[in-house]
Design a protein around this ligand. Structure first.
Ligand code: GLC
Length: 452
């Protein structure tokens, strides 16, 4: 089917459409030099903080609370009139994020509940028009990011649990009174209009971070990029901001036009959470992960990972050539939970010494091992020993003369033997337990990427 056929198909009943629009078609995408540079900058940044915040935070049950079929959208909407986050302070948020060593912030501008956390002309259901707070928190955050040198990425949900033009509905958002009388084409226009606002009114945007396409995965043809108008929408993004990256948390291998591959709750190549079975592409990679077990604020969730675990997680993603996007769910009053602040500070303390081994580097030539991972930059290979009990480490890497091995933090020499099979490091017996014991190995020639 040609493009016109597909467009015609999109205008007909959406369910009938999905039956005709497979197999998925691809279009050509040649990233511009600006995009190629932005992808490398993104990789160099290595570590970002994710923020899930919306009116749902008032209910303290996470951002999916409206998916409960007993909560009616018309009732939920009234939360907006009570949303007054009196302790919100963009400067303090961005400062805490910057002090953690993170280089970018990705914030939910509109989640599946459909509430826009920014000033938009295209829906009255937004933080400026529908709440007594009336402040465009996104503008305040964008300005602070600009001032403090933090890149701004914007999460944008393609799934909407309330709009009549999000039609047909997918596998979520089934409340009995739901109005689905609208037209999908209008919804696509609505998204284009909001994205235009986001990319026009908030300064430089590092990336648009889509989520929600997976909602249609049980509808035949529901994941067809043509149905979601991805080619035109990605082109619009790149036209409005030529160096803005596009990533989508659709849990599939990336479509043409995407610049980042996203993994939810798993490092690339792992699939414990069950959403990351897709092949790992050559694009820049990013793992998003929670600090506790929730994205949006959940009052009962006190199961925070320890600071050491989070540091190890960051190192583990860097060793797999991926960025870590670590989430915080602010409280309804606009404050970041103290448990989160404590962890940001601890990570920042660690980063003061070790950031050169996890930022501005790439995954090391040696793939992840039972004792830890490696990262590389030029002629240096950083060996991250995450296992405090390891006393010998073997690196299956040969063919590059090794000149020295030193403890990264102190420059103290570490004993090594280089054989035709690889390198053996003897770790000092008296080393203190730490989340990550880092040794830098210096070689005669540049250290290459892992062979795939
Ligand atoms: C999922 C969830 C969503 C969360 C996101 C973060 O797709 O639907 O609530 O925003 O993952 O990765």
């Amino acid at each position: 089917m040609n493009l016109t056929g597909i467009k015609r198909c999109m205008l007909s009943s959406a369910l009938a459409l999905s039956a005709f629009c497979t197999p998925y078609s691809a279009w050509a995408y040649t990233p511009t030099p600006e995009i190629l540079q932005a992808r490398e900058d993104f990789r160099d940044n290595g570590f970002g903080i994710f923020i899930h915040w919306g009116i749902y935070s008032m209910l303290g049950s996470g951002e999916w609370v409206l998916n409960d079929p007993k909560i009616y959208h018309n009732e939920y909407k009234n939360l907006a009139a009570g949303f007054y986050p009196s302790n919100f302070n963009a400067h303090d948020w961005v400062k805490a994020i910057k002090d953690s060593g993170a280089k970018y912030l990705c914030i939910t501008t509109r989640h599946h509940d459909g509430f826009s956390m920014f000033d938009t002309e295209y829906s009255p259901y937004n933080i400026v028009d529908a709440t007594p707070f009336k402040r465009d928190i996104l503008k305040e955050i964008a300005d602070e990011c600009e001032k403090q040198g933090i890149a701004l990425h914007l999460y944008y949900s393609q799934l909407d649990w309330g709009r009549p033009d999000y039609n047909p509905i997918g596998r979520t958002g089934h409340e009995p009174n739901r109005d689905t009388s609208g037209n999908w084409r209008d919804y696509l226009d609505f998204m284009d209009n909001q994205l235009t606002e986001l990319l026009t009114n908030y300064g430089k945007v590092g990336a648009i971070w889509y989520d929600g396409m997976w909602d249609r995965d049980e509808i035949p043809g529901g994941l067809d990029p043509e149905l979601w108008n991805l080619d035109a929408q990605y082109a619009l993004i790149h036209k409005l901001q030529p160096s803005c990256l596009v990533g989508s948390n659709h849990h599939m291998t990336p479509f043409a036009g995407e610049d980042i591959q996203i993994f939810e709750r798993d490092k690339p190549g792992e699939n414990e959470a069950g959403l990351s079975g897709q092949e790992v592409s050559k694009l820049p990679l990013e793992t998003c992960q929670t600090m506790n077990n929730s994205w949006g604020y959940r009052i009962r969730d006190n199961e925070y990972k320890s600071s050491d675990e989070l540091i190890q997680y960051l190192v583990g993603t860097a060793g797999r050539d991926a960025n870590l996007l670590l989430n915080i769910g602010p409280r309804p009053d606009g404050s970041l939970p103290p448990q989160a602040l404590e962890r940001l500070a601890a990570m920042g303390e660690w980063m003061k010494t070790y950031s050169p081994t996890v930022q501005g580097v790439r995954g090391g030539v040696v793939p992840p091992q039972s004792w830890g991972v490696t990262t590389r930059k030029d002629n240096t290979l950083y060996v991250h020993v995450l296992d405090n009990d390891a006393d010998l480490v073997f690196l299956p890497y040969a063919g590059n003369k090794m000149l020295s091995a030193k403890e990264f933090a102190t420059d103290k020499k570490v004993k090594f033997t280089q054989t035709p099979e690889g390198i053996i490091l003897t770790l000092p017996k008296d080393r203190k337990p730490s989340p990550d014991y880092v040794i830098s190995l210096n070689f005669k020639n540049a250290v290459p990427a892992p062979q795939s």
